[in-house]
Design a protein around this ligand. Structure first.
Ligand SMILES: Nc1ncnc2c1ncn2[C@@H]1O[C@H](COP(=O)(O)OP(=O)(O)OP(=O)(O)O)[C@@H](O)[C@H]1O
Length: 654
């Protein structure tokens, strides 16, 4: 039997047959992964100097081959426990330890072997279910072991298993809540990971789909996976399917064991479950404090906050955690005992695609999303044509008219304003949601961050450039700017560079903010840059105080404006035309205009260098901040910790 995910497709088929998993062909063998946690405390900052404990010293042990259900009333700490165990949010765990197969969890390795299906179902826009699944299969299964047809077969099979056949060609944005949830699960089943965490997987599903979904999870678990899911008020049928039930209340464990033992457990603390009642409902009622808080304390004490691993009616409360755990391990009949000793080969946890392949798949995915969104494409195109007509109309034929030079200077300013706002605002609106998706896919080990970022930036370029060039051509011709190849080239080049820099600025701003904050802070931050770009115009450079001159250098828009002005008026441009009837025509000479405007002594290379520098700097800062957000490690430098704490508190920084 193959021991790794590198098995060929045929081997995988044989393996599945051996395991009796006739419905899941791609079920590569993984050694058992058992998770034990001790005294876990999770504390969040609820103010700059305050903190609040959400998990209070919980303990437990979840074994491979068993389906574990984490139950509890709303706000009890189920999601937090799941996040902590999955390593999704663990920067706030203040004490406690998490062991994998009795060894301290190596977060890097663990994150590669576990998958987390979150409560919120966000998906890529403008893609069908088939697209989403096929891109997931390409990224997760790679191109070496399986052909396209084999991957399509795996996808079909999972889609069938989750009852999504009818939606195969439906756009994800049109799916119902339940279908979205199933799609989230389907995507993570593509490469069948050894550990699966699911936060409320049945939310939004009807009874039938819920039990099918839990049945599937049970089947995965019995195939040797560790499957842990939090669940709200399960039906009696679903409740019976769990091999282990872990109940949380107020951040503490109030029950840990088999669902069938809940009734005697409740009797042991002095509460009788009515015969007609679902034991899950009953324990949840008690956990939510309906029968009084003294019962909660009694339950925590009786289960020793989760240390008693599998409570049984005959068992003594004083059983030590160690004895209980070992006894339980011996009883495990479903799994090959030797599996517990088997190590996961870290090579089998590596990405299946090289960085270049990841880039290529992500580029294709991002491009398809752009071109599939036809109404948005048409809107962008039409708005640029409309803007071109408006700007071209306002500054019509002013480019070579010496009496309209000041107006034409205004035209240069409109160029940088257009290429500042047009790329910036959509990013501020879209990227915070994209980051949520990135977090999910990145955490679930679909790809590395750098290929994602490059693919995202590069995929936008063709449309961005095409629309920008169309707009620039319209306004350039309508306003009668000089028809000289060198000038046209510089004009287009600076405009496109400004557009890219604005976009990267948008990525930087929205990398750590919610949509609302990004939409507010982005335009506010570009305002001073805009003002600094035209500071001192008309009074000459000498009148600008040195400090302001330094600030002006820090505005990328100033460098854009300098570049655009040079393309139109620099490089020894000939005198502009002065109409015969005009007696006084001071701005006939471009050099005079440049001096009056404070744009003399310009150097195009410097403008380009600055713009390029800002572009690189904004991107590098955005990459740094997003990577930090994706990282499971807390920044160790205390001033940064304090600043980010304060910014988080006051600015909704994420
Ligand atoms: N970062 C945070 N800051 C402050 N409070 C938080 C934070 N994260 C979680 N909480 C609080 O911790 C408690 C537990 O949250 P958690 O999401 O784990 O509950 P839950 O049991 O999953 O609830 P539900 O079933 O409603 O999803 C809640 O009261 C929640 O408001």
């Amino acid at each position: 039997m193959s021991t790794g995910s590198s098995s060929s497709f045929d081997e995988i088929l044989v393996e599945s047959e051996l395991r009796g998993q006739d419905k899941l062909k791609y079920l590569p063998h993984w050694p058992a992964v058992n998770i034990t946690f001790e005294d876990v405390v999770y504390t969040v900052d609820s103010g700059v100097d305050n903190s609040k404990s959400i998990l209070r010293g919980v303990n437990g042990s979840f074994k491979s081959g068993q389906l574990v259900g984490i139950l509890g009333p709303s706000g009890a700490g189920k999601t937090t426990l799941l996040n902590t165990l999955a390593g999704f949010k663990c920067e706030n765990v203040t004490t406690g330890s998490i062991l994998i197969n009795n060894k301290p969890r190596n977060m890097k390795v663990f994150r590669r072997m576990s998958r987390y299906i979150m409560q919120q179902d966000i998906h890529q826009v403008a893609l069908t279910v088939r697209d989403v699944m096929m891109y997931a299969a390409d990224l997760k299964l790679g191109f070496k072991d399986l052909t396209k047809e084999q991957k399509a077969e795996i996808v079909e099979e999972i889609i069938h298993l989750l009852g999504l056949e009818k939606t195969m060609d439906t756009d994800c944005s049109l799916l119902s809540g339940g279908e979205l949830k199933r799609l989230s699960i389907a995507q993570e089943l593509v490469n069948n990971p050894p550990v699966l965490f699911l936060d409320e997987p049945t939310t939004g599903l009807d009874d039938m789909s819920s039990s099918q979904c839990v049945e599937l999870l049970k089947r995965l678990a019995s195939g040797g996976r560790t499957v842990i899911c939090s669940i709200h008020t399960p039906s009696a049928k679903i409740f019976e399917m769990f091999d282990q039930v872990y109940v949380v209340a107020n951040g503490q464990c109030v029950f840990n064991g088999k669902g069938s033992n809940i009734v005697p457990y409740m009797e042991a603390i002095g509460l009788r479950c009515p015969k007609t009642y679902n034991p899950a409902d009953f324990i949840l009622d008690v956990a939510s404090g309906e029968y009084g808080h003294e019962f909660l304390d009694r339950m925590v004490e009786m289960i020793d906050n989760g240390r008693i691993v599998d409570w049984k009616p005959q068992s003594k409360i004083s059983d030590s955690y160690e004895n209980s755990y070992n006894a339980d391990r011996k009883q495990s009949s479903e799994l090959d005992y030797s599996q517990f000793e088997e190590e996961i080969n870290p090579n089998n946890l590596e990405y299946k695609c090289s960085s270049w392949q990841q880039f290529s798949v992500l580029f294709r995915r991002a491009s398809k999303q752009i071109y599939n969104n036809k109404s948005y494409l048409a809107l962008r195109l039409n708005m640029h044509i409309f803007l071109g007509i408006v700007v071209g109309g306002i500054f019509y034929q002013m480019g070579n008219d010496a009496t309209k030079t000041i107006f034409n200077f205004g035209f240069c300013f409109t160029i940088i304003i257009a290429f500042m706002y047009i790329p910036l605002l959509p990013v501020l609106l879209e990227f915070p949601t994209q980051v949520q998706l990135l977090k999910r896919e990145y955490f679930n080990h679909w790809y590395q961050f750098n290929p994602y970022y490059f693919a995202m930036v590069v995929a936008k370029l063709p449309v961005q450039f095409f629309i920008a060039i169309l707009y620039l051509t319209m306004v350039y011709l309508l306003t009668n700017q000089p028809i000289e190849l060198q000038r046209i080239f510089i004009f287009y080049f600076i405009s496109l560079l400004t557009s890219l820099t604005s976009e990267s600025f948008g990525l930087l701003v929205s990398s750590r903010l919610s949509i609302i904050n990004a939409m507010f802070i982005g335009p506010v931050l570009v305002c001073p840059m805009m003002l600094l770009s035209v500071y001192g115009i008309g009074s000459g450079k000498d009148t600008i105080p040195p400090l302001i001159q330094i600030f002006m250098k820090m505005s990328y828009l100033r460098h854009s404006l300098e570049g655009i002005v040079q393309s139109i008026y620099g490089f020894g441009r000939q005198d502009m035309v002065c109409p015969n009837e005009e007696v006084f025509c001071p701005y006939k000479k471009p050099a005079f205009l440049l001096r009056i405007m404070g744009f003399e002594d310009l150097d195009l290379r410097i403008s380009i260098l600055y713009l390029f520098g800002f572009y690189v700097m904004f991107n590098a800062a955005a990459v740094f901040l997003i990577k930090d957000r994706l990282s499971y490690r807390r920044n160790q430098i205390w001033p940064i910790q304090y600043i980010s704490k304060a910014v988080k508190h006051y600015m909704n920084y994420l």
